[in-house]
Each structure stands twice: as C-alpha cells, then as structure tokens.
Design a binder for this molecule. Structure first.
Ligand SMILES: [Fe+2]
Ligand SMILES: [Fe+2]
Length: 189
C-alpha cells in the first residue's frame, strides 16, 4: 500500500476544508467556522493538543461525504460521519484524537439521555440528525458508553460541538491550529 507522509496528509486535510469548509451541511454555521470555533473553545478550556485536534476535525466525515458526493447532502440518512472521519484519520493520529471523534455522536445521544436540559440546547440540525442517529440511549447503552475509556473526552468534545455554532465570524482559520496538528500527527501510526 502506498503511504502518505504526515505533511502531505496535513496538506490534504487543509485542502478538504478549503474545498468544502463553506458548506453548511445541515447547520446555519459553515463547516469551517464550526470546526475552528469548537477547537477554539477546547483550547481556551485547557484541552490537551490531541483533544483540540479531535475537536477541530470531529466533523471531517461530513467533508469526506461532500467530497464523495460532489457536494450533495441528504440529511435524511445517517452518514455515520463519526466513523468515516475517525477511520480516515487513523493512520496519522492516535486514538487520543480518533476515539473522541468516533464517539461524538454517541456522546450527544448520551447527554440527551442523562441531562434534562441538554436536548433543549441543541441546534435544529442537531435535533434533526439525532433522530437518524438513534435518538436517546437505552439504560444498557448508557452503561456501555460510560465504560468506554474515551467517554469523558467524547463528552467534552460534544459540549464544545454545541458551542461552536455562532453566526458571528470568529476570525480564526484552519492554519491557526497548525501547531497542534503538527504536535499530535505522525507519519504512520
Ligand atoms: Fe458531528
Ligand atoms: Fe459538529
């Protein structure tokens, strides 16, 4: 299998956000603004570099879906973006980055189940996607989620996820997170 070096891979990520970052998917905020706002919240709340990167890239699966469909979006189907995103990143990022990404949809279902006011805080797009993502969790699912070693980091990511939907431009760019991206990526994991 041909392998891509770390720098080339980071350049591909940047290109992906350049190409599809203006897309709003099923939110009012663009994908790029959402990514940088979420990561900024993670950073100012003191998250480690891996979690800042996870938060920046958590919805990359949506961008990959856009790339594969030439920009068309069907929000009535679950695109399982958390899984495709984590799998795409796994060669160059450790589970400290990919596990919270893989779990961020489950974290939303979890928070909607265990916290009364969390559901009310969701954006319209997030409520819509919750329905196709399985809705609230059963007691068994809650227990299984809580046992996952990355559960706490995924919950932290999901809280920043909901806070990164401001329509006021942040003035941040993808490159503002270059130092964290470099710090936690490797040539091949
Ligand atoms: Fe997401
Ligand atoms: Fe998100």
């Amino acid at each position: 299998m041909s392998s891509v070096g770390r720098n080339e891979f980071l350049a591909r990520l940047r290109e992906l956000y350049e190409r599809w970052g203006a897309n709003r998917y099923d939110e009012q905020v663009s994908q790029l603004e959402h990514a940088v706002q979420c990561a900024h919240h993670a950073r100012i709340d003191g998250a480690d570099a891996a979690l800042v990167v996870a938060t920046l890239l958590h919805d990359i699966g949506h961008l990959l879906a856009l790339e594969n469909s030439d920009g068309s979006v069907d929000v009535s189907v679950n695109d399982t973006h958390e899984a495709t995103g984590a799998a795409y990143l796994a060669r160059h990022f450790s589970p400290a980055v990919t596990a919270p990404i893989a779990l961020h949809v489950e974290a939303k279902r979890y928070l909607c189940t265990v916290e009364d006011d969390y559901f009310a805080s969701l954006s319209v797009g997030s409520v819509r996607s919750l329905a196709v993502q399985g809705g609230r969790m059963s007691p068994d699912e809650v227990e299984r989620f809580q046992r996952h070693p990355a559960a706490e980091r995924a919950v932290a990511l999901r809280r920043w996820d909901e806070r990164g939907k401001s329509l006021t431009p942040s003035g941040l760019s993808f490159d503002d997170f270059a130092s964290e991206l470099l710090a936690v990526s490797t040539d091949v994991t």
